[in-house]
Design a binder for this molecule. Sequence first.
Ligand SMILES: [Zn+2]
Ligand SMILES: [Zn+2]
Length: 366
Amino acid sequence: MARICPKCGRSSDEIEFIGSLCKDCYVETVGIARIPEEISFTYCKYCGRYKYQGGWNEPSDTIEDTLIDYLVLVLSRKAKPSREINEVWINSVNLDRPFMGPGLYKALVKIGGRHNEITVAEERVITVRVNMAVCPLCTNKLTKRGYEAIVQIRGSSGKLSEDLKKRIDDFLEEELAGVLRESIIDFEEKKEGFDLLINDSSAARMIASKIKSAFMGKTIETYKLIGRKPDGSRKGRLTISVRLPDISPGNILKIGDRLYLFLEVSRGGNPILVDLQTGTEITANPEFLWKKGFTHYESGMEYKKLMLISRGNSITFLDASTGYSQVLDFPRDRVHVYVEDFEPGRVFKVLIVRGRAYVLGYEDNE
Ligand SMILES: [Zn+2]
Ligand SMILES: [Zn+2]
């Protein structure tokens, strides 16, 4: 027998029923769910983390996305299905105006629900109160408190060259995982390099070891007692000094009592060197530099600007620095080429040691 809706008079042949009402009148009078009328949202002014259940949580790409995700989360958790409804969910949440920081907003909430096989939908408007604060992590950064460790980045020559500093900056920016980067509270310029203040000792160790292996460094750890915690336990500060060789490709190094040409750093972080006594190329361990000690070797060796004339069994150059009047001829196996485009007519930066020519770069602007 067909049922008749007491509110609108439609029969159960025309429309599905929930309890004694048609589904439209059920949604209109009873509603699908009880949801909070007002929700507060607090986010950090500096990093965008938001407060939830007593902690601070990672944000989405924008504050507005974070807010919407948060509203969906809170509404999903707090929605209480009305008596005939088996389950409810949040379809979408939209703010009534563009997000402009702290203040009051209205949000349109689209709720979905199910009564046995019947699905229902409802729209509701709630108030959203947006607050701005500074999270504890950012407070630490601002006050430079709360750091457990210092990573000191230092150059071997007592100074860090601008070039090396730039490369380390890029490395920290691009190669560190988010959590590690976040653990850096502050960055302090020093005469001999720079310091990273880090909120956690194990993060400091990981950062130091990553820089060490990317830049052929060595590390020295020291631990200093700086007092006691309120519970009486020892409070210390870890300092990790990362020493990096201040060398660039093309540099001649005196390691022990031999001369080497530094070509580049291998993918695995090892220096690739040419033993200038024998002309052999070696991939060394960074330890090799540090154990024997190295210095920059400057005197007596000059780079020449040579134009390649011909390549055959012997290789012929003209010396560009003497007006192309001097011819230099080398057997082919005494010329070591470290450029891609070794073509006649081009001028190269060449180092000549013990009858061997090392072609290290270009001196023309092609
Ligand atoms: Zn009805
Ligand atoms: Zn923050």
